[in-house]
Every structure is written in C-alpha cells, then in structure tokens.
Design a protein. Structure first.
Lengths: 164, 645
C-alpha cells in the first residue's frame, strides 16, 4: 500500500479532535491486538472538513493511511495491516456496511486483501460479520454512535471473525 | 639609438615571450578541455544527440515558454530537481551531470533509495536503453522504494476523467488523473495507485484569494500519489462526481518509462495556473515521452480535462493510445437516479411510502414484495439517503435515523446482490469541442440589419449541453457577443460568468428537490432598441424546474433580481420573475424559451417583459445553426452559424 508522499497544509490526519472510543462491546477478544482507533488516533478527521476549496480536485491530497502522528502507543503498534484495515474501515464504512448487508462487494474484497484473509474463508467471515452487524445496527444506540465508534465495532467484528 | 645586436636581442625576448604566452593559453585551453571532457558514456550520449532528444526534454519538463520571445526551459521550478546548476535551461549540462551522478558508487551505509539512479528513475531507464549501462562502469543500484511503489506485475495504466458538479464551483471543468492498474488476482481496483496533479492551497485562502492566485500562477503545483479508494470515495460518494476511466494501450517498455517518470516527478514543483498549466496539462505532458506524441501544442490559452481526453482519444495509427470504451464509475447520485428510475411501479410506490414513513419498512406492503424486489428497494433507499446526506450516513448521529432502519432490514434479509441492469453514460471523448464561435445575421425592428460575432471559450449553455455536462443547464465564462452595426462594434454581451443549474433527473423527494438557480455577471445590452445601452449587471435567480421526461425537457420558474448600472429608464435594482422551458424536440433540435418580467424598485423606472426563443439545430457534432427571436422593447430575429473548437 502506498503512503502518500506529499503533505499539504491541511493537518487532517490528526486534528485536535482525536476521538477516544470507549465502547466496551466493541473491544476484540483476547489476542485481537490494540484498538487502532483509540491507540493510534484513527478516526480523527482522515478527510478534512469539507469546505468549498478543499473539495476542489485541484488540491493536492495526501491521504495515505499511514500511522498517525500522535499515537499513544509505540509507533510499531500503529503500523501494519490491522491499522491499515482500521483506517480503511473508517474511510469507507458506509460502503462496507452496505456490502456486508448484501454479502459481497469490492470494499469487502479490499478489506480482506489488506488483512490477507484466504479466499476459502472469506464467505464464512462475511456471514459472521453480517450477523454481528445485524445485532449492532438493531440496537437503538447505533443511531447516535459516532463514526469512529461504528468503525471500531465493525473492525472488531471482522478481527474476531478472522480469529475465530 | 639601438644597435642591431640590441634589436636582435629585443626581438628574441619578445619572440620567446610570445611563445610562452601562446604555450600558456594552449595549456590552459587543453586543461579546460580535459577538465570538461565527459566520460566515454557521456561522449556516446552527446554523439547520439540525446541532450536534444524529445524524450530527454520531456523527462526534464522542458516547454516552450514566453509570450513574445519563446524559449525552451523546464517548467519544474524546484532547483533541487536538477543536477547541473543550469540544468533547468541547459539539457546538455543536465545530461552530463546525470551520467556523472549515475557513476557514483554506493557508499557503505548509504540508503540506495537516495542514489541518483533511484531518484531519477525515468532518466536511468531511458538512458540505459539508449546507452546500455550493463557494459559500462555505472554500478547497478537496487531501488527498493521505487519497486514497492510501482506495483509489481503492473497490468496497465489508465487516464481518469472526473466530471464536474454544478453545486461545487471548484469542480466545474472536471479533473484528470492517472491510475496504475495492478494484477486483479492480488489487488482490487480500490487498492491501485494513482497519480494526481494539483495546487498546494493554503487552508486560509478564501475564494477571492483562491481565484486570484489560481489564475495568476501564484500557487505551487505538484504531483501526489494515493490509493484509488480515496478518490473513488471522495468523488463518488461525497462530491457526486462521475468518473470515466480510459485504459491505455502501451508497450511494456512504455509503461515502465511512464511509471518511472511519474515517480521521478513526484517531488517536482511547478507554477500552477488554473486555466492552462493545470492537472490536465501536466498529465498531458507525461505523454510527451512516448512515440513523439504532443498533446499540448498550440498557444493553450486554456487547457481543460476535456481537451486532454479529446486529444488523447483522437490519436490514431501508431500513436493510438486508448483502448475501447471507457469504464464508467458512477457517483452515488448517478447510481441512485439510474436505479430509482429502473424500479417498477410497485417498487417505486413502496419506496416512496418508506421515505414518507420509515415504519413502512416493517409493514405488510413491503413484506409482500418478492425478495429480489425488497433487495432492490432497500438498496435504492440506501443510495437515496447517502445522496441526500452531506458527508455520508455514518457521520449522521441522530435518533431514529431512517437510513439505519433500512440497513438493519437489509442485514436481516438473506444476503444477495440486487439485480439492476448495467448502466453507462457516454464519456467526454464522445462530446463536442469545448469552445464556441458564431456569426449571426440580425434583423432588428429599431436599427435594421446588423451582424453579431460571438466567442465563448468554455463551456456550454442550455441548448448545447453535451456528454459530461448537466442537462438543460448552463456553465460558461467569458462569453462575448459583439454587435457590428454601421461600421461600429458594440458590446451586446460580455458575460464574465454564468451558471444555470437545473436538475432534470431530480425525483422531487425530500432532499432531492427540483430547485433551479442562476447566477450571472457581466455587461449586457439593456434594451434592443438602443445598441449603446450596455450596462454592467449581476443577477441571481432561484426557483424550480420540473422535468418532462417524454421530451427530455424541463420547465419552471424563478424569482430573482438584477443589480446593474442605470440607463435611461432602467433602474439599478430590479426584481425579476422568469418562466423557462428547455427541451429536446427532435433528434438534433433543441428549443429554449424564456419570459422575464422585470420591474425596477424606483418609482420612475420602467417595467418590461423580455421574451426569448431560440431554436438550435445540430448540423454535426461541432457545427450548429441557431434561429433566435427576442423581444426587449424592440424585436430582433437572428440566424447564426456556429462552430465548436
């Protein structure tokens, strides 16, 4: 995965609005590793707040899903495929959620490529994630969850399904 | 008086001095000659005149620049990009310096990615092909960072055209970028790398500063790279912009050179000019390294993404680069419209019920639909809610969000993809040229016959919108219409900018209203009975447009106002009420009708009604004929012939 080479003036990788996601049920089972959203600050405005100039195609984008600047744990913890997957889930959550509901799609395939899920296991993982998501979305509190919390929930659903 | 002996002695001294002087200059010259003599490989390079080779000049970013006195020098204004002190203006010096740099041995502990062979990868690859480095003293260096970036087993390259969106002024003329397509067995398209050129804009710059600096070249432009997912998500989901992908037909060596050139240019910086030295121009320049292709010849007062696509797809024979039809990546908005209008009557009816009340999703009527229909309705509902949200539904945190209810329903139904026909939209390559010029014969009831000359550099009006444009809408800048009467030329119209937004596909659902708006500024002839009645004016209107799909037409009304300079009986501030109709009444014929009632705010101003009818016949793609009728105090009929270029 390429990491963008140019960093422009917008410090949208880590704005001051780093979100602390303290959602107990979103934590992974033992062995699922750190929480990239909490420990690595993923979710803190990967995309800038849209203003009229920022959406211009003439602006340079540096949108690599790189380890973020003010990780609270060691930099090594915030590298690697899990963090990349967490960032991907955050950025494309809507598409992932809809494809999960349908059972397949390009975003799901991309996520599985990032996490190196073997082809033979992908259907079973999708079904497991789908069941978890159905439980989550049916909860009333899903409506008021932040995007980071939603992404975190999906992330751990995927990691748990892979590790099960 | 000097004796012969002394004269002889003096002559010998002068003679020896002269000899010594000559010897000194010769040795100095020879020394300089040996000091400047390139290595053997450089001699070979110069013998082959590689310093003047178009590919070498393309790699260095050389362009013919200057308005009066044209010179060739590099557009890259980042001095660190050149190895010779005058490399920006002397391609020979840069060639020699490059070859010298390639000779450098890798020092112990030195990162090979910092070796010139890895930084200037395009130069290395091309010069290696020309000079066969393997038999020379030039060491071979492993460029790990480059190898990681360039995607192993690269299958191909594409040029992407991103359409515009009328609600976002910065996107009007579209965008172009490149995509590196890796093996589909290993990567999805979303994981493919892209190359993008844009301006480095300060977040503090407001719209005025942005316009001024963008037009005057005061921004730095540069290339960047990111995975395609970022652009697919931002353009397609957030900005509602369609993407067309043109796959390139390149040989492996061409592909290798292009990719290496992209890599080499990533750190480079340029002056960015919004109109002509922009994303489209810089992408076009990359092709100068291939097959003698020149996509940027000409004065290039403006160079748009559509220009690039038109020229690229027009290449023929041994220069042909584009394979087949473009791949269409519809935006969420386009996907919603395509799918919504594909729903059958019952599906659409249930859809509307759910929009009205989300609890209908648990009601009998929805449950009675076949599973496939339920999938279709739910997926279109999700498209709808995403389309009308500002930044995506996952950013919405409100109780009882109807989108989440739809998603929840989709998750409990058996999985399965909804079945919709594949839909396509013609790409910009199928459209006409961007600029327009016309000449009209005019018959006016007040001043008789005259001629009108019109020049519109870009882009389209409500009669000649084309592929990639918003139907029945208008977007142009710098539209100039001159009236030539009795040997004098007057300004009939000098429109700085006009945007007329009409959404013919709008469903009328909440959040997808059929609103229509217009904004225009410039100078205009106030009344047709007086050719000298030109006033400066800015006008705005807001209203609604209702599609008539059977005739690909839209009708509607808008209220608004004009702020203008005063002229005999006309007020500086006027309220307006306008009704309009734009339609496709026959295969090549479109008609536009409007009637504007204008009333000034002052008691002594005159109110009047202005009627316009224009019929346009498309002779062929880049030629049209227009018949016009206008009543504004006097009546005027015009017949014009126009060409697109």
């Amino acid at each position: 995965m390429f990491i963008g080479k140019k960093l422009i003036g917008k410090s949208f990788v880590l704005a001051a609005s780093m979100t602390i996601a303290a959602v107990a049920q979103a934590q992974g089972a033992v062995g699922t590793g750190p929480n990239p959203y909490r420990d690595c600050g993923i979710g803190a405005a990967l995309f800038p707040t849209v203003n009229w100039a920022a959406v211009s195609s003439n602006v340079i984008w540096d949108i690599g899903t790189t380890a973020v600047i003010s990780a609270t744990v060691s930099p090594q913890t915030c590298q690697g495929q899990n963090v990349a997957a967490a960032a991907f889930i955050f950025e494309t959550f809507d598409s992932l959620a809809e494809e999960t509901a349908a059972g397949k799609g390009e975003h799901i395939a991309t996520l599985f490529n990032i996490l190196e899920v073997e082809d033979a296991r992908r259907s079973e993982v999708v079904l497991s994630v789908r069941a978890d998501m159905a439980d989550l979305v049916a909860q009333g509190r899903f409506d008021t969850m932040s995007k980071t919390e939603k992404a975190e929930s999906l992330y751990f659903a995927v990691i748990n399904a892979i590790n099960s | 008086m000097l004796s012969c002996y002394h004269l002889k002695k003096l002559f010998m001294v002068l003679y020896k001095s002269a000899l010594l002087l000559i010897l000194f200059f010769c040795l100095n010259g020879i020394g300089k000659l040996y000091a400047n003599t390139p290595s053997d490989i450089a001699v070979s390079a110069l013998h082959q005149q590689l310093d003047n080779d178009p590919v070498w000049l393309a790699i260095l970013g050389y362009e013919s620049q200057g308005v009066v006195f044209r010179r060739n020098y590099s557009a890259i204004n980042f001095s660190s990009h050149f190895l010779a002190s005058d490399g920006r203006i002397d391609p020979r010096a840069e060639l020699i310096a490059t070859l010298e740099a390639f000779h450098q041995a890798l020092l112990p502990g030195q990162n090979p990615d910092n070796h010139p062979q890895c930084i200037y990868r395009a130069r290395y690859i091309w010069l290696d092909e020309k000079l066969a480095f393997s038999g020379s003293e030039i060491p071979s260096v492993q460029c790990n960072a480059y190898d990681e970036w360039r995607t192993a087993d690269l299958k191909g390259l594409s040029v992407l055209f991103v359409g515009g969106f009328l609600e976002n002024p910065a996107s009007y003329y579209g965008h172009t970028m490149m995509k590196l397509n890796g093996p589909s067995e290993r990567l999805t398209d979303l994981q493919n790398s892209t190359l993008n050129f844009g301006a480095n804009i300060s977040p503090d710059d407001g719209i005025v500063k942005y316009l001024v600096k963008g037009v005057s070249g005061r921004y730095t432009g540069a290339f960047s790279s990111a995975e395609f997912v970022h652009y697919a998500n931002n353009y397609g989901q957030v900005e509602h912009r369609d993407i067309w992908e043109y796959e390139l037909d390149l040989t492996e060596s061409e592909r290798t050179l292009m990719v290496a050139l992209m890599w080499e240019l990533l750190p480079a910086e340029y002056d960015y000019y919004f109109f002509n030295k922009n994303c489209a121009f810089r992408i076009a320049m990359l092709f100068s390294a291939l097959r003698g292709i020149d996509l940027t010849s000409g004065p290039n007062l403006w160079y748009s993404p559509q220009n690039l696509i038109s020229k690229l797809t027009a290449l023929a024979d041994n220069q042909r680069l584009v394979m087949g039809q473009p791949v269409y990546h519809p935006s969420r908005q386009s996907t919603f419209y395509f799918r919504y209008y594909d729903l059958n009557a019952e599906e659409q009816s249930v859809f509307r019920l759910v929009v009205r009340s989300s609890s209908e999703i648990d009601a009998e009527r929805f449950a009675s639909l076949p599973l496939e229909s339920r999938h279709r309705v739910l997926d279109v509902l999700m498209d709808y809610y995403q389309y009308i949200s500002d930044h995506g539904q996952s950013n919405v945190a409100v109780p009882d969000n109807p989108y989440n209810r739809v998603l929840a329903k989709r998750l409990v139904l058996p999985p399965g993809q909804s079945m919709f026909p594949e839909f396509h939209a013609p790409g910009p390559h199928a459209g006409r040229q961007m600029s327009y010029v016309s000449v009209s014969y005019v018959d006016n009831t007040s001043y008789g016959n005259a001629v009108r000359l019109r020049l519109r550099p870009a882009y389209y009006d409500a009669l000649d919108y084309d592929v990639g444009h918003v139907p029945a809408s208008a977007l142009h800048m710098g539209d100039i219409d001159l009236l030539v009467l009795d040997g004098k030329t007057r300004v009939r119209q000098a429109s700085l900018m006009k945007i007329e937004s009409v959404n013919m596909r709008a469903t009328g659902l909440p959040g997808d209203s059929r609103r229509s708006w217009l904004l225009e500024a410039g100078a205009f002839q106030e009344r047709l009975d007086d050719p000298d009645s030109t006033v400066a004016r800015i006008r705005g209107q807001f209203g609604y447009g209702f599609p008539l799909k059977s005739v690909s037409a839209v009708w509607g009304g808008r209220v608004g106002g004009n702020l203008q300079s005063r002229y005999q009986g006309s007020d500086y501030l006027n309220a307006t009420l306008t009704t309009f109709f734009n339609g496709h009444i026959a295969p090549r014929v479109r008609v536009s009708l409007s009637s504007e009632f204008r009333v000034g705010v002052s008691e002594d101003s005159n109110s009047r009604r202005i009627d316009q009818v224009t019929l346009r016949y498309e002779v062929y793609k880049n030629l049209d004929v227009r018949l016009g009728y206008e009543k504004n105090v006097s009546t005027e009929i015009s017949l014009s012939i126009g060409a697109y270029w």
